[in-house]
Design a protein around this ligand. Structure first.
Ligand code: NDP
Length: 310
C-alpha cells in the first residue's frame, strides 16, 4: 500500500448511529441489557452457554450466535455479562479477541478487573471493566437512577460512550481497570452495613404492636437524613484531622452504644450485628480519641497500614 492508498474500510465501525454489538450472557442482567439495546435500535448478537435463554431473544430481534467465538467475531464491540470472572475465562477461552473492544460488566474484584485487562490486552483487545449499580428492571429506564461504573481504556469509553449510555447512566472512574470494581464493591459494602442495621431495627420492633409497614417510612427517612454525614467523614479523611467539624463525639457515642445493647437484650434481639463495629469504636476511644467522631474506625480497618488485623 502506498501513502496515497486509502485506508481499508473497517466494516465494524463504531461511528454508525446504532453501533452493532455483541452480548455474551443472557442471564437476568444480560437479557435486560440486550433488550435495552434492541429497543434503542442497535443490532445485537447474543450468545449464552445455555442456548434456550438466548433464543428467547431472537423473537425480539437479536441474532443468536451458536458459539462465543462466533458472537465475538460478529462485532467489534463485545459486552460480557456472565456470573463471575471464572465464567468469563471459561467463555472466552481460546476465542480470538484481536481488534475487539471488550467491555466486561461481570461483577468481580479490582484484581479480577486488572488481571482481565492485562489478559485482554495481551490478546489484542481494548478493555473496559464495568460495575453495574442497578438491578435488571432499572436497565433501559433512564429515570431509574441506575448507572454503571467504568474503568480501563479511556479511548474505548470515549468512542462507545453513547452506546454504553443506552442501558444505564455511565460513570468513568479512571484508567485503572480495577477502579470500576472498587467503586462498585465499596458502595455495595456500605449498603451491606446499612441492611445489617435495618435487619436489627426490624428485629427490635418485631414482637411489639408496631406494624413494620408503619415503621418503614421512619426508618427510610432517618437513614436518608443521616446519609449526608459521609461528606464530613470524607472531609476529615482528606484533612487528616478527625476532630474537624465533630457534631457527635465518640465518647458520647460509645456511652450511647450501651443503651443500644441493653435495648437489644430487653427485646430479646441478638447483638451480633452491632458488636463488631462498636468494638472498633471503643478501641479508638481507648486510644484517646474521645473528642473525635467515628472516622478513626477507617484507620483501624486499614490492615495494610497497621489497622485492626495487623
Ligand atoms: P444470572 O445467574 O441470571 O446469569 C448468569 C449468566 O452467566 C448466565 O448467562 C449463565 O449462563 C452464565 N454463566 C455462568 N457460568 C458460566 C460459565 N462457566 N461459562 C459461561 N457462562 C456462564 O446472573 P445475572 O445475569 O443476574 O448477573 C450477571 C452479572 O451481572 C453478574 O456478575 C452479576 O453480579 C451482575 N449484576 C447483576 C445484578 C442483578 O441484580 N441481577 C445487579 C448488578 C450486577 P447459563 O444460562 O448457561 O447458566
Amino acid at each position: 500500500m502506498t501513502d496515497k492508498t486509502p485506508a481499508p474500510r473497517i466494516p465494524l465501525t463504531p461511528h454508525t448511529p446504532h453501533t452493532p454489538l455483541t452480548v455474551l450472557g443472557a442471564g437476568a442482567m444480560g437479557t435486560a441489557l440486550v433488550r435495552a439495546w434492541l429497543a434503542a435500535g442497535h443490532p445485537v448478537t447474543v450468545w449464552n452457554r445455555t442456548p434456550a435463554r438466548a433464543e428467547a431473544l431472537a423473537a425480539e430481534g437479536a441474532t443468536v450466535a451458536r458459539t462465543a467465538a462466533e458472537a465475538v467475531s460478529a462485532n467489534r464491540l463485545v459486552i460480557v455479562c456472565l456470573l463471575d470472572d471464572a465464567s468469563v475465562g471459561a467463555a472466552l477461552d481460546g476465542v480470538d479477541l484481536t481488534g475487539r473492544d471488550l467491555v466486561n460488566l461481570t461483577t468481580g474484584t479490582p484484581a479480577d478487573g486488572r488481571t482481565r485487562a492485562a489478559w485482554a490486552t495481551a490478546r489484542g483487545a481494548r478493555f473496559l471493566d464495568g460495575g453495574i449499580m442497578a438491578v435488571p428492571p432499572m436497565i433501559g429506564d433512564t429515570d431509574s437512577g441506575g448507572y454503571v461504573f467504568y474503568s480501563g481504556s479511556s479511548a474505548l469509553f470515549t468512542e462507545h460512550r453513547d452506546t454504553l449510555a443506552v442501558p444505564a447512566g455511565t460513570r468513568y472512574v479512571g484508567e485503572d481497570p480495577g477502579f470500576a470494581a472498587l467503586h462498585d464493591v465499596a458502595l455495595l459494602s456500605a449498603m451491606t452495613g446499612m441492611f445489617a442495621g435495618v435487619s436489627h431495627a426490624f428485629a427490635l420492633i418485631r414482637r411489639e404492636d408496631i406494624a413494620p409497614g408503619d415503621f418503614a417510612p421512619l426508618l427510610a427517612s432517618w437513614l436518608t437524613a443521616m446519609a449526608p454525614a459521609v461528606h464530613l467523614t470524607a472531609e476529615q479523611l482528606e484533612r487528616g484531622d478527625y476532630s474537624h467539624g465533630v457534631v457527635s463525639n465518640l465518647a458520647m457515642q460509645v456511652a450511647g452504644n450501651a443503651t443500644l445493647l441493653r435495648t437489644a437484650e430487653e427485646q430479646g434481639v441478638s447483638t451480633e450485628l452491632l458488636t463488631p463495629y462498636m468494638g472498633l469504636m471503643e478501641r479508638w476511644l481507648a486510644e484517646g480519641h474521645g473528642e473525635e467522631d467515628g472516622t478513626g474506625v477507617v484507620e483501624l480497618l486499614d490492615v495494610g497500614r497497621g489497622g485492626a488485623g495487623a
